[in-house]
Design a protein around this ligand. Structure first.
Ligand code: 7PJ
Length: 264
């Protein structure tokens, strides 16, 4: 899954077109590099980020989704917590919902159920603005697992198809470096629920905590973390650097195939 963050549009038509063109270019590049899904997001959920209004988010993401849908043959995921955005995005061609709030916003669960597309439910402790203040857990792995199982239960009770649910531990969302490492080391606990697991580790600050790297110098570490997540059973990884991640995953797959051959 390649990440496509849509920046705020300028008011002039020229600016609007340039943003749309840049987004389309980004999607084209990630598709050529091996992405199966493009995750389009119009609201930053980074630590400390402020929320945007529905109209602003629609303005940013809908033209981009329409453009990708009409030009490229790739699945589109909409990264949002707002039911209005989910609905408009699917109408414009998105075929998956990625919700860092795990459908806890008012009306989101009913909307996602009615849209009948796959949904990624992510764990987050607290809210983006304050979640990194002092995150605490007694047992981070079992608490994240419990939360996700409860959200799955709520979705299934609301009438959602169990087969459309994907789960995500939410690396960096109300978690210290220690919490993130424990979750990654124990990703198998989530994989064993039987639901596909998505992992988002790309360029995250946990890398800076380990290596002291600026955002654009976290590519190699991100590819390594994506590979580890896949080796632990993740079904999908959400990444900025598609080409580099695909290289890492592809060579690992070739080695795994050789190991298989040798044991026959
Ligand atoms: C994630 C996400 C993640 C899912 C972001 C960033 C922060 N969605 N959206 N999982 N992270 N499902 O990319 O640094 O980890 S935004």
């Amino acid at each position: 899954m390649g990440i496509l963050n849509v920046t705020p549009d300028s008011f002039s038509d020229g600016g609007r077109f340039e943003h749309l063109d840049a987004a389309l270019q980004g999607a084209r590049k990630m598709l050529a590099e091996g992405a199966d899904v493009i995750d389009v997001g119009g609201e930053s959920t980074r630590p400390g980020a402020q929320s945007v209004a529905v109209a602003g988010e629609l303005d940013r993401v809908i033209p981009v989704i329409e453009a990708i849908n009409s030009e490229l043959s790739v699945s589109i995921s909409i990264d949002t917590s707002k039911p209005e955005v989910m609905e408009a995005a699917v109408d414009a061609g998105a075929s998956m919902i990625n919700d860092v709030m795990a459908l806890r916003a008012e009306g989101a669960m009913e909307t996602a159920r009615d849209l009948q597309v796959p949904v990624c439910l992510m764990h987050m402790q607290g809210l983006p603005r304050t979640m990194q203040k002092d995150p605490r857990y007694k047992d981070v792995v079992s608490e994240v697992r419990e939360f996700l199982l409860q959200r799955i239960d709520a979705c299934v009770s609301a009438g959602m198809d169990e087969g459309k649910i994907i789960i995500d531990p939410g690396f960096g969302f109300g978690k210290t470096l220690g919490h993130n490492l424990t979750l990654l080391a124990n990703l198998g606990v989530l994989v064993r629920t039987g639901f596909p697991v998505l992992a988002g580790l790309s360029r995250k600050s946990m890398i800076a905590s380990m290596l002291d790297r600026a955002v654009d110098s976290r590519v190699a570490a991100s590819a390594a973390l994506a590979l580890i997540a896949v080796q632990k059973g993740a079904a999908m990884v959400r990444v900025h650097d598609v080409a580099e991640t695909a290289d890492a995953l592809n060579v690992a797959a070739r080695v795994a195939a050789a190991v298989e051959d040798a044991s026959e």
